[in-house]
Write a protein that binds this ligand. Structure first.
Ligand code: NAD
Length: 316
């Protein structure tokens, strides 16, 4: 029997694509997708699926017992904007979900665990340009400090239990296959749908708000190469900075206009996501990822916009 890979939170923006990528590489039957909600069609039709609530210890244990996973990807979380509306739930899911999975991974001798962190671990006193791996971190969202605490737990389980847990601080992820899950960078996905449908978009972030972003293909490639890297190359057991592309809503709109000349953008005032964006880095230094596991970005702004519009146009 081959080695099983368990993905928890598989129906989301990342899971939808990561499950397919893992099934291509390892074989569909080896990749068990799981989520608190029923599977999406693509996931259900292509391999095994289990309903799992990561906050239900007995339910989670059953799945570990049944599949004895060799690798686990924990993607279930509450994202930044939703986290501010449901702070206690965000803390509970993002923290206790992670600790339960780490404990079971130690008990069941899971050989590798992947858990994503975020650029939300940085705060208003972190350097905002080319934010380094190590610096002041004073996140002021529940999402941000749950991710920062999660990073500490990951490093701790590696140090105390020898658990091979690996992590990336993803920037805002841009994709066309699944909708984003309620983050501060969601505008950079919504804008493409609206540009194709209505030729206009009202951004909830201001024109000059620069944030680090990444096209999903790059994010999946980064995740797989981090997980493939020899353990001795992984010098960071909290979470790796990953930079991506930094741009503002105005710059993104200008790039979309090259494809859809009649496209216009407006900006709304007083959206709570603006304050979150203002506390985050504008660009990220990911030199450790480059050095430790040969990370290189493929999609710049131009290539990402081209890919998004072409893929979404086929769907419409
Ligand atoms: P998402 O919100 O799109 O998906 C999360 C999935 O988890 C959903 O399918 C949801 O049904 C599931 N889930 C929720 N509660 C659960 C529970 N109790 N048990 C089991 N499953 C549950 O999120 P995403 O964008 O795919 O993000 C995945 C991970 O990557 C998260 O940890 C997130 O913080 C991190 N991340 C994402 C981004 C991004 O831009 N998408 C950026 C940085 C970090």
């Amino acid at each position: 029997m081959g080695k099983n890979i368990l993905v928890i939170g598989a129906n989301g923006q990342i899971g939808t694509e990561l499950v397919m990528a893992l099934r291509d590489i390892h074989g569909a039957e080896q990749v068990i997708a799981s989520d608190i909600n029923n599977a999406t069609e693509a996931i259900r039709d292509s391999g095994p699926f289990e309903i799992v609530n990561v906050l239900d210890p007995a339910n989670l244990r059953q799945v570990f017992e049944k599949y004895q996973p060799d690798q686990v990807y924990l993607l279930a979380a509450i994202l930044s904007a939703v986290g501010e509306q449901k702070p206690k739930l965000a803390w509970d899911l993002n923290m206790n979900g992670l600790i339960s999975v780490l404990d079971l991974a130690v008990e069941f001798k899971t050989s590798k665990v992947f858990w994503p962190s975020s650029i939300a671990v940085f705060g208003p006193h972190s350097p905002q340009q080319n934010t380094p791996q190590y610096c002041v971190m004073d996140p002021n969202t529940v999402y941000g400090f749950s991710k920062l605490a999660g990073e500490r737990w990951c490093e701790y389980y590696h140090a105390k239990h020898g658990l091979d847990v690996r992590s990336i601080r993803y920037p805002g992820l841009i994709s066309w296959k699944a909708a984003p899950g309620g983050g501060t960078t969601d505008y950079a996905v919504h804008i493409f749908h609206e540009a194709l449908k209505h030729k206009t978009y009202t951004s909830f972030l201001s024109a000059q708000t620069a944030l680090p972003m990444m096209y999903m293909d790059d994010a999946i490639r980064a995740t797989l190469s981090l997980m493939d890297a020899p353990a001795e190359n992984i010098t960071i057991r909290s979470s790796y900075n990953l930079g991506g592309i930094s741009f503002t809503p105005e710059q993104l709109a200008a790039e979309i206009k090259k494809h859809i000349p009649e496209f216009t953008i407006n900006y709304s005032d007083n959206d709570p996501r603006q304050a979150i964006a203002d506390s985050w880095p504008k660009s990220i230094d990911d030199s450790y990822a480059q050095k430790d596991w040969n990370w290189q970005l493929e999609y710049n702004l131009e290539k990402m916009v081209d890919a998004m519009l072409n893929n979404l146009a086929v769907l419409k």
